[in-house]
Write a protein that binds this ligand. Sequence first.
Ligand code: NCC
Length: 276
Amino acid sequence: NSTLSKGELLCELKVRVPFGTIKAGDGPFSGGGWENILPNESLAETLGLLKTCAVVMSSGSIRNSTLGTEIDSHDAVLRFNSAPTKGHSVDVGNRTTLRIINSQLMMSKTDGFLTDPLYNTGVLMVWDPAPYSRDLYAWYRKPDFDFFQTYKDYRRLHPQQPFYILSPSMQWDLWDVIQENTPTDIQPNPPSSGMLGIAVMMNLCEKISVYEFLPSHRKTDLCHYFQNIHNRQCTVGHYHPLTFEKNLVKGLNLGSHCDIYTSGKVTMCGFSQKRC
Ligand code: NCC
């Protein structure tokens, strides 16, 4: 229940939320074909040096923003789940460097996921909303959505496309920091893909622009920019601690209130830029 300064908050995240993906040989991910399936290169090696990165939320409020050109001008662009660019590039841009998806999406659209060209662009990363634990063996036996076979199938179909599995410890390290900076008790449900994506990019990029996480003046009940479904919980949270995530991100913003109001844009420093 602290009120940390921007710098202190950045250091909390840098020190306490190390980035990690599953590598061949990690606990249960040895044998069983995992050696030839998991990527050999780290995500940082795959993406190279990134000065500026854009994190594009799927929020309805990005519709009619005309932010596409600005978003595409970053070195890397992160998108989430099934968020498309086609037909929406004026508002969200064209490029996809990295796409973070949840394991539910992978399993609910198995056929679509394996064949839908939407997922073939850029680097992929999946995470699974498993219960609060850092035990890889327990997770492997009982993930929230059993996506491991589908992951292997996808890798065989698209061997050239880097595809990472996020270490589940990262979501809980991040959850701890969110809880400690929130004055009330929050449910032990994992952070949203969007919040995880921000934490991932803080590890990889010097400077990060996050779009429509803190909603602009276009704030709307429209859940996603690409679907006409209205639900306020998409923005304020239901299962994920979204409101508390947004408060934390607000505490890291180096940009102005005006940037948030007009562009839904939060600017922050990557971990490499801060000595803790
Ligand atoms: O909706 P979703 O998220 O894919 O959105 C990606 C990230 O954008 C931010 N967001 C989204 C909408 C909005 N109005 N405001 C926002 O701030 C959030 O940070 C969000 O994480 C997820 O986090 O993985 C989530 O996934 C969907 C769904 O599984 C996928 O879209 C696949 O179809 C979840 N919805 C449902 O399960 C119905 C959502 O709760 C979380």
